[in-house]
Design a protein around this ligand. Structure first.
Ligand code: TXA
Ligand code: MG
Length: 358
């Protein structure tokens, strides 16, 4: 691909300087550029969702398969009126409860409202309003619906820092708005609504991708159907993106689950054998366990006692294995409560389903 120069704005100076940067980035979006921006989940790669050439540039830069639709980011509910068919009461309640925030709603699209590349030919559109001040200001200033997949090369871990975006996409996109680390660290929860799917013929919620909003939280608003939880093997590939290998480091990753002591013993044995065989080894573990392992890279994603920290650190840890050319990696499973469900889901996807149950 022909290399272009990528403009980088570093925010954080505050006041006028940040305002000026956001104005410039918004102008770039309006003029058909591709601009990476922070959200409360991961960095996204934005383009005007109505501009087919700009959207095509997103797919090209990421190397993303064209049958995988993009979600569209808005800064206000009023922006949705031209994008969607009138939405149901349940959809409205979910927006009210979780927006701005890490929930993507897949809803019936208004024909012709966005480039057909965005929806990959589906008659639905995934929409979300991020809970991130810079993202909201950028979208509002651009004045257009912003299509935005995660700002990584397809198949790589999603970027939780601007440096990750630059590693993957510098020279392939127009700009990067650097506003420090992303929040949750894992992507939004994607749901669709099923008319008549719930008790008493009520509309129900189906989770297509677990994420920053948990099934428990969704249940406070409506019925959640056949919660497939964290297990990617049980998920129907209803969300086109879920069928691709994802988030994966270059080395071979195996998740190890079971009784804590047996997990440690198993990983230690596997590490010893792999290094005898001359492989570069890695472990993905937690603050509490990091002293238990010897490997070429012991990567800590966060604390077992606070899985939110582990969610924030997961993708950076996966990237670190690549940076050090680690060939064989073992990852400790985590409890699948709350954000742990999304964390385990991403770990298993990164492992392409390889799990040692001990
Ligand atoms: O947190 C996030 O959602 C981040 C930030 C940047 O907002 N974005 C993100 O986008 O993760 P992406 O493209 O990496 O993942 C979007 C997922 C994909 O699995 C895609 O297949 C699914 O949402 N999706 C998008 N539109 C859909 C639709 N109309 N029907 C079903 N699934 C859809
Ligand atoms: Mg992605």
């Amino acid at each position: 691909m022909k290399s272009i120069s990528t403009r980088i704005w570093h925010l954080g100076a505050g006041g006028d300087q940040d305002e000026q940067a956001i104005r410039e980035a918004a102008a770039m979006l309006r003029e058909g550029g591709t601009v990476a921006f922070p959200t409360e989940t991961v960095y996204g790669l934005g383009a005007d969702a109505r501009n087919t050439e700009a959207v095509a540039d997103i797919f090209r830069a990421k190397g993303r398969p064209s049958d995988n639709p993009l979600i569209v980011h808005v800064a206000a509910i009023s922006q949705l009126e031209e994008l969607l068919e009138p939405w149901s009461e349940l959809a409205g309640q979910l927006m009210k409860r979780f927006w701005p925030g890490p929930l993507t709603l897949v809803l019936p699209a208004r024909a012709g409202a966005v480039s057909p590349l965005v929806t990959a030919g589906l008659d639905t559109l995934g929409v979300r309003m991020p809970r991130h001040e810079t993202a909201l200001r950028l979208i509002a200033a651009a004045g257009c619906p912003v299509a935005g997949p995660s700002a990584n090369r397809s198949g790589r871990p999603s970027p939780t820092a601007a440096a990750h975006v630059a590693d993957d996409l510098a020279g392939a996109i127009s700009g990067i708005v650097d506003d420090g680390p992303a929040g949750v660290g894992l992507e939004s929860t994607v749901v669709e609504l099923v008319p008549g799917g719930g008790d008493g013929g009520r509309e129900a919620i189906r989770i297509l991708r677990p994420g920053g909003v948990s099934a428990q939280e969704l249940r406070e608003v409506g019925e959640v159907l056949e919660d497939s939880g964290w297990d990617p093997g049980k998920q129907a590939p209803r969300s086109p993106g879920m069928k691709y290998r994802h988030y994966a480091p270059q080395g071979r990753l195996t998740v190890v689950a079971g009784d804590a002591e047996r997990v440690t013993a198993h990983i230690r044995r596997e590490l010893a054998e792999a290094s005898r065989n001359g492989l570069r080894t890695g472990v993905l573990t937690y603050e509490e366990h990091k002293g238990l392992f010897e490997a070429d890279l012991v990567a800590v994603c966060g604390s077992l006692n606070d899985l939110e920290t582990a969610a924030r650190g997961l993708y950076a840890a996966l990237r670190a294995f690549d940076a050090q050319q680690i060939e064989s990696i073992w990852a400790e499973a985590c409890p699948v409560e709350g954000i742990g469900a999304a964390l385990m889901n991403r770990l298993l996807k990164a492992a392409s389903g390889h799990i040692d149950q001990v």
